[in-house]
Design a protein around this ligand. Structure first.
Ligand code: ZN
Length: 538
């Protein structure tokens, strides 16, 4: 039995029960279950960004916000309509090296560029190692390599032994940096590590999915690497062929990259590649849904705390002619939205409002590349003078077991760490360190777009203590982004209510803290994204 700390207080005090009930006590397992049941219904067809099912889900969230008395946060509107562009690859993919062709969806996966309607590039292939230029981590891959006008072949990931969240960040910005230096095409080479994490068969499964970007004012897709006009990912056989007869075999490069700190040196392969694919662009819009709980202290009125989860999922599985084709996204991320909604309801019903205003946000386009969060982080709906001071992101908490700890990815980078730990302790739940640093999860969900704008953020999930580790790995292996992520999963709705209560405690703690959260002075992310901001000592 869980001995609720508030219940303990109720026993000790002689106050009437109605006065001693804690706000979180109103969060019931049935309430969370009801939201998940609606959002994961087949009728919503997997809530794909831009699809009717997602629009219905957005109406649901907005009417829930309205019913609990939140304020429509976008100048009186519940919705922030995000302009988007769908990019559909045409069936004209081509990839060749020195005249030898490799087949798309067999040995290679070819992608067109995001920013234009695709292109065909032809150029000299230079090998760039991991393609990371960070002298402070001993990486100088692009220092002597001229990539201008070239196609650059890069190992995926980052050297073994590098802190995973930093490595994941550096990996994610490779394309942008190569583009800035004038590269025209990118070839991704899968490391042994990457092949272990995601087998080639899984890469092929996702290969020709439509992709989506948010749109600039002129309607063009927002693109951080406009010079890279085509890219390809190679399987082992194609990569072996690319390096055949050059100064190093691919097997040799892979072996070096697989050792701790191994950093294969860049060199010119002397070969020429052609990468080509055109795309068709279609504009549409999709909403972020935003409700505000006003703060109680005018001194903190401009400091907004964001609690956020993604409402979109991946929609209907293409090419299925019989049986279940609907990716319901019950765990990913109906659970995050449901637990956020109940936390919001409990906070809105509490006469003791937190000092700072709190924005509850159901973002769109997470599955397409954190798009709704990126848009909101660049175009925040807060009134002039206001700013977002902290973000708590809820994405795919595994709610199938009675968790005893939670993980807040990013907690070690800012004073959000101790704030979150103090909040979870109120419910007898421990805050554990990242149990799977190799996954680089801090950079892989919506809060990261706010990190990139300098805002201290965490990404909260249920922890790995007890049955947690197995529950997480089972879900990831068997149900993640599959049609079986649905209501047939063995949900523990008591745990779901507890997770919602934890959300409420964390949001309240941040909103009432004497100071806004600060990056620690030695945090990589604080240094890179908030160089001017005041920092905290550990
Ligand atoms: Zn997902």
């Amino acid at each position: 039995m869980r001995f609720h700390s508030y219940t303990a207080l109720a026993f000790l005090s002689l106050l009437p029960a109605s006065l001693s009930a804690a706000p979180g006590d109103s969060i019931t397992p049935d309430a969370v279950k009801a939201h998940v049941t609606f959002l994961a219904d087949d009728l919503l067809e997997g809530r794909d960004t831009g699809a009717k099912g997602h629009e219905i889900a957005a109406r649901y969230v907005a009417t829930q916000f309205a019913g609990m008395g939140l304020t429509p946060a976008n100048k009186g509107d519940w919705y922030q309509r995000v302009p988007m562009v769908e990019i559909k690859p045409n069936a004209d993919a081509q990839f060749s090296v020195n005249g030898t062709s490799f087949e798309h969806l067999k040995q290679v996966v070819v992608s067109g560029s995001a920013g234009t309607s695709g292109a065909r590039v032809e150029g000299r292939v230079v090998f760039g190692g991991f393609c990371i230029d960070r002298p402070e981590y001993g990486l100088n891959d692009l220092k002597t390599l001229n990539v201008k006008g070239k196609i650059v072949a890069c190992l995926s990931g980052f050297p073994k032994g590098m802190p995973s969240d930093i490595g994941a960040h550096l990996n994610a910005e490779k394309a942008k940096i190569l583009s800035q230096r004038g590269a025209i095409g990118l070839i991704s080479l899968r490391s042994l590590e990457r092949e272990k994490q995601t087998p080639w068969s899984r890469v092929l499964e996702y290969a020709d999915n439509r992709s989506v970007r948010w749109a600039n004012a002129d309607g063009s897709p927002f693109d951080t690497s406009p010079n890279l006009r085509a890219s390809a990912t190679l399987d082992r056989a194609a990569a072996d062929a690319l390096f055949a007869g050059t100064k190093r075999s691919f097997a040799d490069i892979l072996a070096e990259a697989d050792t701790k700190g191994g950093k294969p040196k860049p060199f010119d392969t002397g070969k020429t590649a052609i990468i080509g694919r055109t795309t068709a662009l279609t504009p549409f819009t999709s909403p972020n849904v935003i409700g505000m709980l006003p703060g109680s202290d005018p001194a903190f009125a401009n400091e907004y705390v964001v609690v956020m989860g993604h409402l979109d999922h991946i929609g209907i599985k293409p090419g299925v002619t019989s049986g279940d084709a609907i990716n319901n996204g019950a765990m990913d991320n109906a659970t995050g939205i449901a637990t956020m909604l109940e936390a919001a309801r409990a906070m809105a019903a509490n006469p003791n409002r937190p000092k700072r205003p709190v924005l509850f946000v159901a973002v769109t386009g997470e599955e397409k590349g954190l798009l709704g969060a990126d848009y909101l982080s660049r175009f925040p709906v807060v009134p002039a003078g206001g700013r977002v001071v902290a973000v708590v992101n809820l994405d795919m908490p595994i709610l199938t077991y009675d968790f005893t700890d939670v993980v807040a990815f990013g907690a070690e980078h800012s004073t959000l760490g101790p704030i979150v730990a103090a909040a979870t302790a109120k419910d007898g739940v421990a805050l554990s360190p990242d149990p799977m640093p190799e996954e680089g999860l801090f950079t892989r969900s919506d809060h990261y777009r706010f990190v990139q704008q300098g805002v201290p953020s965490i990404f909260l999930v249920t922890g790995h203590a007890g049955p947690g580790a197995k529950a997480f790995s089972d879900f990831l292996k068997t149900h993640y982004h599959r049609v079986s992520d649905d209501l047939a999963l063995p949900f523990n709705w008591n745990a779901a209510a507890k997770f919602s209560r934890i959300n409420m405690l964390i949001a309240t703690e941040i909103a009432n803290a004497p100071e806004t959260p600060k990056w620690y002075a030695d945090s990589f992310f604080g240094k890179v994204f908030a160089p001017e901001a005041a920092k905290a000592k550990r």
